[in-house]
Design a protein around this ligand. Structure first.
Ligand code: GAR
Length: 200
């Protein structure tokens, strides 16, 4: 199975996924990185890992539809069967999501449905929750909403700084995301309504 990772920034999740693929924990090919930010550190990580980079800037297109059509054409060309969002800071249109129905997954640094959006760690920290965590879910047409594949809780300690909590969350992400991708690639996930069952 050919996988594409979409990322806009640092790429620590990309690196964890690439490493799991290299160690054959994920039995698939990491065929493509799709990146919308020419300054993103993830680009260097992909080049180092020998993964093809498709750099595509939203600003080069008048309409979001044309931007997404160009991405879809590249995914088709690369024979991509699973899209893995890893810090991709753009919302995909309902049309794109329908085209890849149940074949797009996302990681979110909080326990959904709490703290949706692009600042999940800080929002939970500022709110004063004692527990937050990480969610991997299928992407549907609403933001941070699709059926949940895996979740793991992360404690918030009284002495935590935001940076300490961020580091703890990222450590969990780097093991949880490869586990979820492995389940998908092995064909072990079944979706029934909002629920995801992992067989085997
Ligand atoms: C990750 O923490 C991911 O959960 C988050 O962006 C970060 C990307 O880090 N995604 C979201 O907040 C999506 N709403 P990385 O570039 O080091 O993988």
């Amino acid at each position: 199975m050919n996988i594409a990772v979409f990322a806009s920034g640092t790429g620590s999740n990309f690196a964890a996924i690439a490493s799991a693929v290299r160690r054959k924990q994920i039995p698939a090919k990491l065929a493509l990185l799709v990146c919308d930010n020419p300054r993103a550190k993830v680009i260097g990580k992909a080049r180092k890992a020998g993964v093809q980079v498709f750099l595509i800037e939203r600003g080069a297109f008048a309409q979001r539809r044309d931007f997404e059509l160009a991405i879809m054409a590249r995914l088709k060309q690369a024979g991509i069967e699973l899209v893995v969002l890893a810090g991709f800071m753009r919302i995909l249109s309902p049309e794109f999501v329908r085209k890849f129905k149940n074949r797009i997954i996302n990681i979110h640094p909080a326990l959904l449905p709490a703290f949706k959006g692009s600042h999940g760690i800080k929002d939970a920290f500022d709110y004063g929750t004692k527990v937050t965590g990480v969610t991997v879910h299928f992407v549907d047409e609403r933001m941070d909403h699709g059926p949940i594949i895996l979740q793991e809780a992360v404690p918030v300690r009284e002495k935590d700084t935001l940076e300490a909590l961020e580091a703890r969350i990222h450590r969990v992400e780097h093991s949880l995301y490869p586990r979820a991708i492995r389940l998908f690639v092995q064909g072990r996930l079944r979706i029934k309504g909002r629920k995801v069952f992992s067989a085997g």
